[in-house]
Design a binder for this molecule. Sequence first.
Ligand SMILES: NC(=O)c1ccc[n+]([C@@H]2O[C@H](COP(=O)([O-])OP(=O)(O)OC[C@H]3O[C@@H](n4cnc5c(N)ncnc54)[C@H](OP(=O)(O)O)[C@@H]3O)[C@@H](O)[C@H]2O)c1
Length: 263
Amino acid sequence: MKISFIGSGNVAWHLSQALENAGHAVIEVFSRENRNATALTKQLYNAKVQKDLNFANSDAELFFLCVSDDAMEEVTRKLVLPEGSILVHTSGSKSLKDLNELVEVYSEIPQKTGVFYPLQTFSKVFHVNFEEVPICIETESEDVEKVLITLAQDISEVTYSVNSDERKVLHLAAVFACNFTNHLLGISQEILSHNNLEMKLLEPLIKETFKKALKSPKIFNVQTGPARRGDQKIINRHLLSLKEKPDYQRIYQVLTESISKKN
Ligand SMILES: NC(=O)c1ccc[n+]([C@@H]2O[C@H](COP(=O)([O-])OP(=O)(O)OC[C@H]3O[C@@H](n4cnc5c(N)ncnc54)[C@H](OP(=O)(O)O)[C@@H]3O)[C@@H](O)[C@H]2O)c1
């Protein structure tokens, strides 16, 4: 299938290459910054940099809108797509209705639409095994559904039909599981490095924490630590150690309260 990408960020970077590895042809990449589009085309077989958002003469059948959620309106306002093509976004938090409303307002021809949400964290520099990435699909058209399911199954072993409300819930849960966890690990790293200690020392602990959580039907039940034990002396000492970092102190307090309430 001939596919074009609008956006060349983390998702476009990995998804476009996974699609090409599965035998599809990425023919165009547009990005706000030309050099970012160029960098992505260098990773692809035969893709060209598209300099503007007028794709009227494009041969692509499917367009991936992989821009920041806040940029979707600005981009769709200028976007011109060939008749009969499909436009999908890859966002966890934007609904299909959001995309349909933008297309209705800004597109002169009716547009087939859908959502192709890869539930994973993507950074350009880290390899992702797409076969394991759940692809959450949504569309209102049976034809588009067939296309998106086939495409998802070409790159991944895990495909789900997920509606916009369910996707928002998944996204909220993912923010706790991934984004907040990553931030907490960043705080750990900072605390260690300020005391000339290596993050490597925490590696076995981090691995065991994730292993236990993934194996536990009720993750709250395998909670450990001073908040779980109600050890107020240690909690006070930790809060005192964080007196120079009021933001971290607040995070510590909120999480401690939340853990205490669960137990
Ligand atoms: N990263 C993840 O882990 C992840 C996972 C699943 C889904 N998603 C979703 O996938 C979509 C893309 O995310 P991403 O992580 O790939 O984003 P990203 O790496 O931050 O890249 C954002 C892209 O949007 C473009 N852009 C930003 N503002 C723009 C504007 N005002 N006008 C035109 N283009 C603009 C950027 O263009 P330039 O770089 O050329 O400036 C870039 O190509 C989002 O909807 C996100 O929610 C992300």
